[in-house]
Write a protein that binds this ligand. Sequence first.
Ligand SMILES: Cc1ncc(COP(=O)(O)O)c(C=O)c1O
Length: 374
Amino acid sequence: MGNSSDSIFVTRPNLPPLEKLYPYLEKIWETKILTNNGPFHNIFEQKLAKFLGVNHINLFCNGTLALVIGLQALRITGNVITTPFSFPATTHALKWNNISPVFCDIEEESLNIDPNKIETLITSETSAVMPVHVYGHPCDTERIQEIADKYGLKVIYDAAHVFGVKMKGRNLLLEGDISILSFHGTKLFTTFEGGALISKNEAFKKRIDFLKNFGFLDEITITSPGINGKMNELQSAVGILSLEIVDEEIANRKKISETYFELLKKIKGVKLFNHFKGYDYNYAYLPILINKGQSAEARDQVYNILKKQNIFARRYFYPLISNMLPYQGLRSASRENLPVANRVADRILCLPLYGSLSVKNVHRICELIKSILQ
Ligand SMILES: Cc1ncc(COP(=O)(O)O)c(C=O)c1O
């Protein structure tokens, strides 16, 4: 093992220059305002709304709480149809609201929930659909909305990966009833930990503001059992500065991704996801499928050999959420219900991708993959 400075991780946070943060820190130390809708929180909220082209947004201490509170504010109960191919927080947010997840299989091409398989899972208990724009590739939002309208269901988008994705002629974050973002340290846009919830009207935004602050209506009145979901002033300051550098990060990642695509497309057994129809991608991830053999063996071999070279690719999202202990007993979690998702989870690998990754290292990674698969 080399030391960690030689290591190549799946991502590296894109941080603003430290000297730009100092004046913000000085202000925080001077005013002693640390949290509770402080000035930086309010500036970040406004700037972020403008950047994302939305009118109603709430900041959060993380994306998971944005999901948990969003579901609660929409008063979702019963069953929610969702994808097993995601980070566990997606399904956990349902469980934290006493909602039962119903897993729906995914599409081969987008790796998102398969709209053609949603309808057969709907029962009188179903209250919503919760899709994920996996890796930042947009779901078929039109088709999902058609189904939701037909059955009177709400739609909650886990949009944790879509920061900076631009659709032609519409805003992906305004699809469905709400969308949530994550600004976790592994994300393209980060505030260390953090998240946001995008909704459609001011009354809903106000309700979220109230729920994420313990349910305080005013200094002495609490009308419902809220929780603490607030983003603090340090996170907000980092957010304000990070907005200035995210476009450049996307441009850099695009170049690196294109080198990957050129090299990987020549390797037999590697499937790429590089057809961005109708949108500008944010290059948040570089997922590939290792299509060799019938099991996860070839993928794990690539993963382990890279790891021995201190190259830490990640098997996002393996195992499937439906195969994790808290969920594997559910009827919809069976492998027969989820053939595509199970096949993909055994073959998926996310390769290192970040703006400062060198072209030399991309060549090295691709050469290693080639030598393993040949
Ligand atoms: C798809 C997805 N949903 C939800 C989350 C949870 O976000 P957070 O870590 O900000 O709580 C993440 C990532 O962390 C994610 O990748």
